[in-house]
Design a protein around this ligand. Sequence first.
Ligand code: NAD
Ligand code: DAU
Length: 358
Amino acid sequence: MIGKTVKHNPKTILVTGGAGFIGSNFVHYWLEKYPNERIIVLDALTYAGNRANLTTAEKNPQFKFIHGDILDSDLVGKLLDGEQIDTIVHFAAESHVDRSIHGPDAFLKTNIEGTHSLLKAAKKIWLDGGEKDHRFHHVSTDEVYGTLEPAAPAFTEQHQYKPNSPYAASKASSDHIVRSYHHTYGLNTTISNCSNNYGPYQFPEKLIPLVIANCIDGKLLPIYGDGKQIRDWLYVNDHNRGIDLIIRNGESDNTYNIGGNNEWTNIDIVILICELMDQHDPKGAPHNRLVSYVTDRLGHDRRYAIDASKIMSELGYKPEETFETGIRQTIQWYLDNERWWRKVMDGSYREWLNKNYN
Ligand code: NAD
Ligand code: DAU
């Protein structure tokens, strides 16, 4: 079993963190593409999880929502057994780097212990009483690799792990624990390490939705440090397409980088969004008057860049959106869904922002 290529055909999948940004996009993508497969979402509905992200999915008989915590290994075991789940796609995490700087504890608890709790349940149900067909896919990040010098080649899967923030370190730890469950117990695991995502339903604490929302409201656009940090941006469903390929065709115990070869400095992204907002709202133009340089993030990584040639050559992966099409769709989504982002921003997010930044 260990190390062999596994073609996997999911019938019922458990999506942890499916009420968050990438998870909810994944659920919509999956239900549309695979109408005969069942999806069960397990989500604790933290500040980042929102059941409203799943409104259309809730009408689908193939979909079920369970409000619960990945740390509850007994609950996960009962779900895996009772619902005959054969695939876990593990998105649930604390995901915001700034929050990990102000309060690392929740990151270690959810991202490390939470991942281990899922692995324990998966081992118990899928391996201990006789092996069942299964796959455990762990969704991770390019931040585990640390930061790159300006001219350095992009991260490959062989790049040394050098996580710099408590968030990145907690994700790196969880990757290692997943790997250990394959090597020690023979669990059928895969891991993806993806670059920065953007798209609908992203909580407006992250750069792109924050800038769009603040442009709409005429609020300042905070740029950390000199704004020359580089991120490699991918439209959210291009990430989900990669995960789909890995679940079905990826080799057990393999790690796949996912990215779209799309590096931008933060300030260039903000200026681009301002220009697109000028077209939408000429009266508010120029929106770049709102740019405001603020104190840098502690330990701020300078550059991320993903080399996705492995998933491209081995699994035929190719992103579908260009940055031009993806960013326009994203801006339009935030313009069309003002009620959604106003509601999520008015709650605990404002409290957190006021506590930490005033
Ligand atoms: P998010 O913060 O938007 O959503 C996280 C979801 O997990 C929320 O619905 C939350 O309620 C849920 N959750 C948190 N703790 C939980 C717990 N203990 N039990 C059950 N549910 C819990 O995150 P996201 O941006 O959608 O990221 C999803 C995953 O993808 C994360 O693992 C993240 O590390 C990874 N990732 C994110 C990006 C990105 O750019 N956003 C890029 C690469 C990888
Ligand atoms: O690289 C993948 C990672 O991308 C994921 O693993 C994380 O879950 C996700 O949050 C994201 O992390 P970043 O820290 O790169 O994303 P964020 O949107 O917070 O910031 C993007 C860049 O913009 C970063 O260099 C910090 C900067 N920034 C961010 C905010 C919120 C600003 O300059 N101003 C801001 O207000």
